[in-house]
Design a protein around this ligand. Structure first.
Ligand SMILES: Cc1cc2nc3c(=O)[nH]c(=O)nc-3n(C[C@H](O)[C@H](O)[C@H](O)COP(=O)(O)O)c2cc1C
Length: 224
């Protein structure tokens, strides 16, 4: 039986280990259809999605892993910037998330080789059979990315209703030239993010639940 939206919101968490079972094409189509229910700036819907499954998924994963293994400098080819250095407030949460994942997997902080291997798993979609690539229109700046985010969350909640797990993956946008040549991407669209989609595996990494902020922490108080 379907759950309420609040139950889905609470249930969703990032899945980083998937079963190899394929996702039927009609199920993928239902996810994409759910995504388009999202709101957007003047209903411009300034985003597109490219679906990688089967042999295409394997070829793109091979390209991305090849870039990672070749130590091609991270981030240089990105079409959306990521900071070199994070402000302290954000860095603390980022580090807690990273160390939480390593901790769940029994990876020591100093074990850089094991950390790199875990990072590498991003580039074959954590073994998920489906990789989605989200493109946003460059002309609408931050608002296109905002709209794409609403699209992504809608799609990821719909995935739960199909018994699927997801992980949003900005890592999949590290090297656009390893991805974009495989698709007929319309002019003006830039690679923003990816999403791994598949059936969650029984794996300790999937039990990791990073702490989300208390709503009071996010609230900005009025000036006294
Ligand atoms: C825009 C965006 C990009 C993300 N990129 C990655 C990524 O590249 N690799 C990864 O393992 N998780 C990635 N995540 C997942 C976040 O780490 C995760 O959402 C966060 O730690 C909160 O955990 P939860 O999704 O389980 O609630 C990303 C999430 C978002 C929204």
């Amino acid at each position: 039986m379907s759950q309420t939206i609040l139950e889905y919101l609470r249930q969703r968490s990032s899945i980083r280990a998937f079963k190899p079972d394929p996702v039927p094409a009609d199920v993928v189509q239902r996810l994409l259809a759910a995504g388009v229910e999202a709101p957007s700036w003047s209903n411009t819907q300034p985003f597109r999605v490219a679906v990688a499954q089967g042999e295409l998924r394997d070829r793109i994963a091979a390209e991305l892993c090849g870039r990672f293994d070749g130590q091609i400098e991270h981030g240089r080819g990105r079409e959306y910037d990521v900071p070199d250095k994070y402000p302290a407030e954000l860095q603390a949460r980022r580090a807690a998330c990273g160390y939480g994942i390593y901790g769940a997997l029994g990876i020591e902080r100093q074990d850089m080789a094991a950390r790199a291997m875990q990072m590498r798993r991003n580039f074959h979609f954590f073994d998920a059979p489906v990789g989605l690539f989200i493109y946003a229109h460059g002309a609408l700046g931050a608002y296109a990315a905002l709209d794409a985010g609403a699209y992504m969350q809608s799609l990821m909640l719909a995935a739960l209703d199909e018994g699927l797990g997801t992980c949003a993956q900005a890592a999949l946008a590290t090297w656009p030239d390893a991805v974009t040549p495989f698709f007929d991407v319309p002019e003006g669209y830039k690679l923003l993010c990816g999403i791994a989609v598949g059936y969650p595996a029984e794996d300790v990494v999937n039990k990791f639940r990073p702490q989300h902020l208390a709503p009071e922490t996010l609230a900005i108080p009025p000036k006294a």
